[in-house]
Write a protein that binds this ligand. Structure first.
Ligand SMILES: NC(=O)c1ccc[n+]([C@@H]2O[C@H](COP(=O)([O-])OP(=O)(O)OC[C@H]3O[C@@H](n4cnc5c(N)ncnc54)[C@H](OP(=O)(O)O)[C@@H]3O)[C@@H](O)[C@H]2O)c1
Length: 390
């Protein structure tokens, strides 16, 4: 039986993982879960799966959990380091599905403990950079991507050797504003931005899909994970999100991975890699689909993709700043302090600063991320009077 820990168990990815584990109770044991503050979800999951340890970042939520969990033989850890503590407990695989760079420290803890990581938390890799992957290699463990695009690329790369790869097509749905003009986007509300046409996701990922900063983060993730130059990664819009990404080989062949737009697929593969198991996702019926449409990403309307490409060229400090500025600007937009297009303006302005100072060894990523966020907050505050992160 494989032992599993889920970081972010109440979230969108966490829920897909639980759905997968319900299909395979004989093959997997969910040992530990980490959440932020949703103690009710923690209680329900711990009861259903018989978890031995629950981590809750919020001490008050942990108190409620302890009060209500009478009879449950389950240890509770709380506080800001709780997720890292459970990530370091030995298991076969840790699913990293916390949102944002706050998920970095638990991923590092899992790698240091030589736990294999199924990584949904792309921000952790963007911040940790190649150093995090090198550390995983040194410790003979691995980081397996769970983002549907990177899971697809991993599968497509099995068809050839690294030196035979010509380019990578990173696909995108185009998000809720695929057809919106810049003028319309300038008036977009939070509800508009979170209204993703294909994927049900947590709010940060949904907003990042609207700005396409999500694709920027994924471009950085692709460059690091598969050691490929940012200029060799193209972003391809497939509105139905049925083609999850593709790899071009030197002989003119293109290997693509297709499947229904359902994260149980990539989450299941991340947990079982390199094996495959039933995920509950039905096979794709191409005759029923009939037509797949594609177009190039519009960098003029969605500049975050090229900003991320440039960040990879500049180095890890710039990638760190891309993420930090995006997180700060995203929070400001969500609380109504700035408009939608000001998100990209804040990222652009922050990337124009000296970002080299945020390049950090794996153990210094947390303070470097905090410094980058402090800079982004000050930049936004100075430029947009109403900007203040709550
Ligand atoms: N959703 C998708 O389809 C999708 C696809 C590909 C990649 N991803 C990536 O996967 C990650 C998760 O995305 P999501 O959409 O699943 O996010 P989400 O729905 O917002 O869920 C976030 C999870 O993290 C937990 N959490 C927050 N702060 C925490 C802390 N300090 N310690 C421990 N747990 C904490 C939350 O717990 P509470 O509920 O208690 O706050 C929740 O369980 C992101 O990096 C995203 O980019 C998501």
């Amino acid at each position: 039986m494989k032992t599993v820990t889920i970081l972010g168990a109440s979230g969108s990815i966490g829920s897909s993982a639980l759905a997968f584990l319900r299909l395979h109770r004989e093959a997997f044991s969910l040992e530990s879960i980490a959440l932020g503050r949703d103690w009710k979800a923690a209680l329900q999951i711990a009861r259903e799966f018989g978890c031995t340890t629950v981590a809750l970042a919020d001490p008050e939520a942990a108190r409620r959990f302890r009060d209500e969990s009478g009879g449950l033989a389950c240890a509770v850890i709380d506080g800001p380091h709780a997720a890292s503590a459970v990530a370091a407990m030995p298991v076969d695989v840790v699913l990293a599905a916390i949102s944002g760079s706050i998920g970095y420290a638990p991923v590092l803890a899992a790698v240091r403990a030589r736990n294999r990581v199924a990584l949904a938390n792309k921000e952790a890799l963007v911040c940790g950079g190649r150093g995090l992957l090198d550390l995983a290699r040194q410790l003979s463990t691995s980081i397996v991507p769970v983002d549907s695009e990177h899971s697809a690329i991993l599968q497509c790369l099995a068809a050839g050797r690294p030196e035979e790869v010509r380019r990578i097509e990173l696909t995108a749905s185009g998000g809720p504003f695929r057809r919106w003009s810049r003028e319309a986007m300038s008036q977009a509300s939070v509800a508009d931005a979170l209204n993703h046409p294909v994927w049900p996701m947590g709010s940060k990922n949904s907003l990042d899909s609207a700005t396409m900063a999500n694709k920027g983060l994924e471009l950085i993730e692709t460059a690091y994970l598969f050691d490929i130059a940012p200029n060799s990664i193209d972003v391809l819009i497939n509105p139905s999100s049925l083609l999850h990404s593709a790899v071009h080989y030197v002989d003119g062949s293109m290997i693509a991975m297709l499947g229904k737009a359902d994260m149980r697929n990539a989450v299941g593969y991340g947990l079982t890699y390199p094996d495959r198991m039933v995920t509950g996702v039905d096979p794709l019926d191409l005759a029923e689909v009939g037509v797949l449409t594609f177009s190039r990403a519009d960098n003029d309307r969605f500049p975050c993709i090229d900003l991320a490409r440039e960040a990879v060229r500049q180095g890890q400090g710039a990638a760190m700043m891309f993420n930090a500025a995006n997180e700060i600007a995203g929070r400001l937009f969500m609380c109504g302090a700035i408009g939608f297009l000001q998100i990209e303006q804040i990222i652009t302005g922050c990337l124009a600063s000296d970002t080299s100072r945020y390049a950090a060894d794996v153990d210094d990523v947390v303070p470097a991320d905090a410094a980058a966020k402090a800079f982004a907050e000050a930049y936004a505050g100075a430029r947009f009077a109403a900007a203040e992160v709550d």
